[in-house]
Design a protein around this ligand. Structure first.
Ligand code: PLP
Length: 480
């Protein structure tokens, strides 16, 4: 076929009145015209993209009719699950009532006002104001500008350095990628931008050898104090971190880590920023991850779960210290987006949060589904390929290893060139479960609406795919 196939011809009605798709034609058009995020396009052209056409509850269907359990909630975002007609209805009604109006020039709109007030209710009590953006990356860009503006207004314009962590993910805009600690991202495009520095991540399995978890938490938080002293305390504006690192591989810090980070930030009068784009809206069994981890941030970035991904929305919850300075002393804050407070996005968020509350999904993660996932993941460590597994709420990760050890510290990893995680991910896809590979760490973060029975279905499939991966890896002679 040529790339000029009329798009309408790609979708035909099958005899049984089910929609049928010409997968190959879609794949060819896709590779001819569509540049995907974080994708090797030459490799994708060889393989052809998987075309997802429909979703309901915790399941996806591809264009060949294959049903897949979505262990990643889209991309950590479909917290309420798929197929929520009431969110679609709320957006539809809002589009008819007022599809768009801006919040510049002394105007506002009803859904944005209502959502701001609702967020102030569910957020940690120090956060009573919100700045809306279109995404998590824009939320973190906003934070960079907001903390620097704050210190200008506070009479300390020299405080402009933001400390972040290696292997952090804070988005893909220039500031977001700079705050992030992904070497592969920094290598493309001359990043990080000036005034952003990084410390190590609190990864006990990788860095905590010879220490208890509690000792390691304090040790890793100590890297922040070292960096502050190196940069100079009067130069540091803020520290930013994800309560649990998501894209980095579901890295769960020891319980001692965040309270010590808070103590250090307080000691040096540094703003503490929590990137809750993944942890917010119930992922860890609390509304925000900082509530589980025991710290009180000055600023919170959110996105993803706020609308369950039905439409894009992000924002910054602003604590009283920063909010009052901006409001009382700031004059114009020269920052904002056309879609800040978009009425349809805010309508989606209002209905999404109503669902999370009405179905008590956050409490269910804490009391029922989170503990069940933890138990089922712990049982996977009996598998010959699994070195160790960790969960927090409905986020979980396990490490594929060449040789198991007594503890996470004496497992032997596969050489990264063997890309065992990618092999495993392919078996998962082919067998109807989506699990993400971060190197050889396999991670899940399913919709918060997932049932206990569906967790069993997901983990059973994961176990089966681990068997297939082991067979393949053993056949290649890669096991120790
Ligand atoms: C996804 C993510 C972002 C970026 O959000 P986008 O909506 O993709 O811009 C920022 N921080 C964290 C922790 C994320 O997981």
């Amino acid at each position: 076929m040529t790339t000029n196939t009329p798009v309408a011809s790609l979708r035909v009605t099958a005899p049984e009145a089910q929609e049928a798709y010409d997968t190959q034609a879609l794949q060819q058009l896709d590779s001819a015209h569509y540049l995907h995020p974080f994708t090797d396009h030459a490799a994708l052209r060889e393989r052809g993209a998987r075309v997802i056409v429909r979703a309901d509850d915790v399941y996806l269907w591809d264009s060949d009719g294959k049903k897949i359990i979505d262990g990643m909630a889209g991309l950590w975002c479909v917290n309420a699950g798929y197929g929520r007609a009431s969110i679609a209805d709320a957006v539809h009604a809002q589009l008819l009532q007022l599809p768009f109006y801006n919040s510049f020039f002394n105007t506002t709109n009803v859904p944005a006002v209502k959502l701001a007030a609702l967020l102030a209710q569910i957020a940690p009590p120090q956060c009573q104001h919100v700045f809306f953006t279109g995404s998590g990356s824009e939320a973190n860009d906003t934070i960079v500008r907001m903390v620097r503006r704050y210190w200008q207004l506070a009479g300390k314009p020299g405080r402009d350095v933001i400390i972040s962590r290696r292997n952090a993910y804070h988005g893909s805009t220039l500031a977001g990628a700079s705050l992030g600690g992904m070497a592969g991202m920094h290598a493309q495009g001359g990043l990080p931008i000036p005034g952003i520095v990084h410390i190590g991540q609190p990864n006990y399995a990788e860095e905590g050898r010879g220490m208890s978890e509690a000792e390691f938490g304090l040790h890793a938080a100590g890297w922040l104090e070292e960096k502050i002293l190196e940069v100079g305390p009067d130069r540091v504006a803020a520290f930013i971190g994800e309560p649990v690192q998501g894209a980095g591989g579901v890295i769960i810090p020891p319980a001692t880590y965040w309270p010590e980070i808070q103590r250090i930030c307080d000691k040096y009068d540094i703003l503490l920023v929590s990137d809750e784009v993944i942890c917010g809206f119930g992922r860890l069994g609390t509304w925000f991850g900082c509530q589980l981890m025991g710290f009180e941030p000055d600023l919170i970035a959110f996105a993803k779960g706020v609308t369950s991904g039905y439409v894009p929305l992000g924002g910054v919850l602003v604590g009283s210290r920063v909010a009052h300075t901006l409001i009382d002393k700031g004059g114009d804050f020269n920052h904002g987006f056309t879609y800040s407070g978009h009425p349809a996005a805010c309508a989606a968020a209002l209905e999404n949060i109503r669902i999370l509350q009405a179905e008590r999904l956050v409490e269910r993660v804490a009391l029922e589904t989170g503990p069940h996932l933890k138990a089922r993941f712990a049982s996977l460590t009996a598998h010959p390929l699994v070195g160790h597994a960790e969960t927090c709420g409905l986020a979980a990760g396990l490490n594929l290893v060449r040789r198991k050890g007594q503890t996470a510290h004496d497992c032997e990893a596969f050489p990264s060139t063997q890309a065992v995680g990618m092999l495993c991910r392919k078996h998962m896809f082919d067998n109807g479960v989506i699990m993400r590979a971060v190197g050889d760490r396999m991670i899940v973060a399913p919709p918060l609406s997932i049932s206990v029975a569906q967790i069993d279905e997901m983990v059973d499939r994961i176990g089966y795919c681990l068997d297939l991966t082991l067979e393949e890896v053993a056949a290649r002679g890669w096991m120790a």
